[in-house]
Design a protein around this ligand. Structure first.
Ligand SMILES: [Zn+2]
Length: 173
């Protein structure tokens, strides 16, 4: 879905909504239909559909701001907790095709349901999940160095990239 049809982009351009924070790159609004009073939605001004599309530097900045908003919620609203929530992809409950972070104020006994019933995996299920995940996680790491340009990508790598893109598109709402 393109920017012009995105509700978050439209909301950002309009003067609607109670702005609790804004800078050149992001904006945070107080929701008028919240899960609990003080529920805040923070989003980058650029239209990124899902989390994976947000550049690392912006991820860093937006989570720093999310943390500060969470602190403001604790102190300003006398809350006992916050949920910092990213619904990433349709299957995860993402409604708008624009990456957002929700900061939800919590107080003991507020009755908000975000929990789930854990189920015990068998050893087989655990090792299957581990095997599938490992090739994708063992190269993870945050580097301070700028990425080196890749010279002459092998065919195999190109195919991998295509698969990655297709997988990513499937998650886009
Ligand atoms: Zn948008």
């Amino acid at each position: 879905m393109a920017e012009e049809h995105c509700q978050i982009c439209q909301l950002m351009k309009s003067k609607e909504g109670l702005v609790v924070y804004e800078d050149e790159g992001m904006k945070a609004l107080l929701l008028d239909k919240p899960s609990s009073p003080g529920h805040i939605r923070l989003f980058p001004k650029k239209h990124y559909t899902i989390f994976e599309q947000v550049p690392d530097q912006e991820v860093e900045k937006i989570f720093i701001v999310a943390n500060k908003i969470s602190t403001a919620v604790f102190e300003g609203l006398n809350m006992q907790g916050t949920n910092i929530l990213v619904n990433n992809g349709v299957a995860a409950g993402q409604k708008d095709p624009h990456f957002t972070i929700d900061i939800i104020p919590r107080i003991e006994g507020d009755g908000l349901k975000l929990d789930w019933t854990p189920r015990q995996l068998s050893d087989d299920e655990m090792s299957t999940v581990e095997l599938m995940l490992k090739p994708h996680t063992e190269t993870l790491g945050v580097s301070e160095e700028p990425e080196k340009p890749v010279e002459g990508k092998k065919k195999e790598e190109t195919i991998k990239d295509e698969n990655y893109l297709t997988q990513q598109l499937r998650r886009i709402p």
